[in-house]
Write a protein that binds this ligand. Sequence first.
Ligand SMILES: Cc1cc2nc3c(=O)[nH]c(=O)nc-3n(C[C@H](O)[C@H](O)[C@H](O)COP(=O)(O)OP(=O)(O)OC[C@H]3O[C@@H](n4cnc5c(N)ncnc54)[C@H](O)[C@@H]3O)c2cc1C
Length: 386
Amino acid sequence: MSDVIVVGGGVIGLSIAWELASHGAIVKVLDQSTVGREASWAGAGMLPPGNLAGERTGEGRLRALSCVLWPEWSEGLLAATGIDNGYRNCGAIEVSFDRNLDDEASAWEATGNKVEILSAARRRHLEPAISSNVKHSYRLPEFCQVRNPRHLRSLEVACLDMGVELLEGEPVCGWKATGQRVTHARTVSTDYAAAKFVIASGAWSRQLANAVGTEISIEPLRGQIVLLRCSPLPFRHVIQDGARYLVPREDGRILIGSTEERAGFVKQNTVEGVQSLLQFAKSVVPTLADAEIERTWSGLRPYSGREEPFIGRLPNQENLFVAAGHFRSGLQMSPGTAVLVRQMLHRQESSIPMAPYDLLHDSSDGDETEAHELLSAPNQVVQSQN
Ligand SMILES: Cc1cc2nc3c(=O)[nH]c(=O)nc-3n(C[C@H](O)[C@H](O)[C@H](O)COP(=O)(O)OP(=O)(O)OC[C@H]3O[C@@H](n4cnc5c(N)ncnc54)[C@H](O)[C@@H]3O)c2cc1C
């Protein structure tokens, strides 16, 4: 029998499995399709900075904890698997054609993160390809990125090396329980026994919590990406304008992201989505008009309507836990989430306070209302600040 069954093999599930197996647990991961091919594969791999001493919110502390862990994890995975996940410090420049960015920059500074407000001349010096129509900008020199498909592959190989069983094509459809204790994860063909269970099923997590009578408000929010090929690269920093961004990869590729769409579980690219991304890219870096379009894709972010993901034990369940709802930040927050889950399952003191991630925690942040309003227009491409 396994010590732990993790349901879902995205970046959250695989990170948890690796962390637990590295600390001696016998772990099984059940995935309904192929591990590492959903939102975690589709994401852009941006890793904003964080400062543990200065962050005051649950979101900020988990981001900061993960920032500390990313270099260690990347080195550990490289040593264990020989796979370079592409974790790099590339820096980011936030740009705006109209919004004044002073408050945003001050907020980064107030939490102890390095920020440089850019004059037009300094911006031109750093990244001459950025449009001269940009009015405001600042730089986050500690912003990093990772090649998420490579990171997922390294996690998968590292898990297998540690003896984790990865079972693909095994959709969990419910639970077998005795009183308040889950004994098995049920699939169509098999009941899998374990001492503890973790729901890490991304945008699909709601159904699995519902199966034991718990409502968690996670739903899919689609994001589209257009991949360009452009050599030599016209810029080196990640360039962001609110929820839209350009992520340059060392091998001459540029990701343009992303939309936020309420489209159920339908993964596809749309004319409007792709057009709006291309338009955004040309407006920020005009020379991209000549770049080659290599491919497009979309993914389903687990949207929870609050700033923090759900990380905790399900109410009235002794041994059923959840780690889901990371929305736009699941890659970034994955190492921190895995460490917190390990500490929770082993009843150890947690690295940061756990209350903000509790299922019943009510985020009092005003952004929540804004996000709910954005979601009231079904099937529309919407933009928001992230
Ligand atoms: C376009 C886009 C850009 C993004 N950019 C970034 C970024 O730059 N930085 C960042 O940090 N985050 C980014 N994100 C968000 C990030 O990708 C997600 O928050 C993260 O991938 C969530 O990971 P997950 O493991 O919870 O979900 P997923 O990767 O979706 O994995 C869930 C897994 O669970 C499995 N599963 C579901 N239901 C069941 C079931 N019943 N039984 C068994 N298995 C099941 C699925 O098959 C899947 O493999 C982006 C997302 C998108 C879509």
